[in-house]
Design a protein around this ligand. Structure first.
Ligand code: BYC
Ligand code: FE
Ligand code: FE
Length: 472
């Protein structure tokens, strides 16, 4: 199914056959472009960037790589191919035909899920908008912009659903996506992690590793939705998400590699003296970004999540591969909670524990990249291990938000927290140090002092390829 690039909005949803929808989207488009100019990547509009563009939504549809002027980038609407006779896989409608239209009785819940998802996409672009000014290499700058244009397209994906399937209030919600802004005191983004700053490239790599991975898990559970257009939107978005997490995993890995090289070459732990980032600081950034991202899964016990599941709106990760009745009326799931200053697990209704189960899947997935980072450290012969903090650490949502916990999960007093937190989370000094390293490196093939070069280039190009041309 090829994408029609002859339309003002490239698409594979036969937009030209739906004049009403086309009008709605064309009305929204100028506001979006204005938003991109104002709050998208700073000073980037004149640059030519080596970007991939989807030309089809089938496997291999990503083959198209070329330099594209940022100003001319065109966002479109792409759904994964429709699965014939798709049946609902879970909840009270299990076995019925998937919905092509929104059922009236679930309209409010579906709209809320789509709005929450959509809101995060432009938020991340806003959070990352200044990073281009301090890129550690052209390769990294190109990856940043690739992520940014795709997050912009993810907003389009959700706006399409709102405009095609929700009428007037859908159009109002689409407009509101451009009115809330990350960190805006009056009109902030909906989820807290998307109101935090992404002030430096270490934060960016952590964000794409941990927070884009929350995106992967949320999108995967929405990809199970009985509402077929949502499912198809999310399935295609997931193919883009893989690259974002690759940027995070390899980015953090390269920062670790540089630290290890300096430690070995100079026989020192004081890598800051040589313009690198020490492993202790990297661990603190891991603690911060992991804890903020696990909050994004919501409360451990959530009747909202149970209702979304029973209604068929949001499934579990890889729902169809799970061997049970997919209704969960009598099923149990182990959920962590605090009792008498201990973390204990107890059996709860699996239905209300849907959020926690997704969080568990996410945490297991996070560990895999951490293991790879630790291999880099071990290969350098250094005795240090990056660890994920306990889920109780530094939480703002759910059962652990009312206690203080160390990264190892021990519940502590507020006084111990006040004393210890500088060892566990980035301090203002740590952040100030990292920010001193943020100086642009824009010679092809050159890389900043604090990060190792990538193992290979993009799409078979050499590392010293001119991934970005500035045209100034
Ligand atoms: N912040 O029953 P609960 C991505 C509220 S990232 C603030 O657990 P539920 C991306 C909640 O609203 C993926 N408030 O809630 C990554 C509720 O309020 P009310 C984004 C929160 O409904 C990188 C109350 O607490 N996608 O794509 O299960 C770059 C009760 O909680 C938070 C989605 O999130 C929070 N973190 O919410 C770019 C998917 N958590 O009703 C992009 C869509 C909970 O009591 N959203 N609350 O007033 C959802 O599936 C769900 O809404 C949530 C959990 C997962 C957010
Ligand atoms: Fe996204
Ligand atoms: Fe992403």
């Amino acid at each position: 199914m090829n994408i029609d690039y002859s339309e003002s909005i490239p698409n594979n949803v036969n937009l030209s056959g739906d004049r009403k929808l086309q009008r709605a989207l064309e009305q929204w488009q100028p506001g979006y472009q204005e938003w991109w100019k104002q709050l998208g990547p700073t000073d980037s509009l004149d640059m030519d960037v080596y970007l991939r563009t989807a030309i089809s939504v089938e496997a291999g549809g990503w083959a198209n790589y070329d330099h594209v002027r940022m100003l001319d980038y065109r966002w479109g609407i792409f759904l994964a191919p429709q699965e014939e006779d798709r049946k609902i896989a879970f909840g009270s409608h299990k076995g019925e035909a998937a919905w092509q239209e929104v059922p009236g009785e679930y309209r409010a819940e579906l709209r809320r899920l789509i709005v929450t998802q959509g809101d995060t996409e432009p938020a991340s672009v806003e959070q990352q908008r200044h990073l281009g000014l301090t890129c550690p290499s052209l390769y990294d700058l190109r990856n940043l912009f690739q992520v940014n244009v795709e997050e912009g397209r993810h907003l389009w994906a959700m706006v399409y659903l709102l405009q095609a399937h929700f009428g007037r209030d859908g159009r109002e919600e689409a407009d509101a996506m451009l009115e809330r802004h990350s960190g805006d005191p009056d009109k902030p983004r909906i989820l807290q992690a998307f109101n935090e700053e992404t002030p430096d490239w270490l934060s960016f790599f952590m964000f794409t590793y941990f927070t884009d991975r929350d995106g992967k898990y949320q999108l995967a559970s929405l990809a199970e939705s009985a509402f077929d257009p949502l499912s198809r939107s999310c399935r295609f978005m997931l193919t883009e998400e893989a690259h974002h997490m690759f940027v995070g995993e390899t980015g953090v890995g390269r920062v670790i590699q540089r630290a290890c090289e300096i430690m070995c070459d100079h026989k020192t732990d004081d890598v800051r003296k040589f313009g690198a980032i020490d492993l202790e600081t990297i661990q603190k950034f891991v603690n911060f970004h992991f804890s903020v991202s696990v909050d994004l899964f919501g409360q451990e016990i959530s009747t909202n999540a149970a209702n979304y599941y029973t209604m068929g709106l949001k499934g579990r990760f890889q729902e169809t591969r799970i061997d049970d009745d997919h209704k969960l009326n009598n099923a149990a799931y182990n959920v962590a909670e605090v009792k008498a200053d201990e973390i204990i697990y107890s059996e709860r209704s699996a239905l209300t524990a849907i959020n926690e189960r997704l969080r568990d899947d996410y945490i297991n997935d996070c560990q895999r990249g951490v293991d790879k980072w630790n291999k880099i450290i071990a290969n350098a012969g250094i005795n240090f291990c990056i660890t994920l903090p306990n889920r109780a650490f530094h939480r703002a949502i759910g059962a652990f938000s009312s206690v203080r916990a160390r990264p190892d999960g021990k519940i502590i007093t507020q006084a111990d927290w006040d004393q210890g937190q500088g060892n566990w989370l980035p301090t203002p000094d740590d952040r100030a140090y990292v920010s001193t390293l943020m100086k642009p490196v824009t010679e092809p093939g050159q890389v900043a002092s604090w990060i190792a070069p990538p193992a290979k280039g993009i799409n078979g190009q050499p590392i010293d390829f001119e991934y970005v041309r500035f045209n100034d």
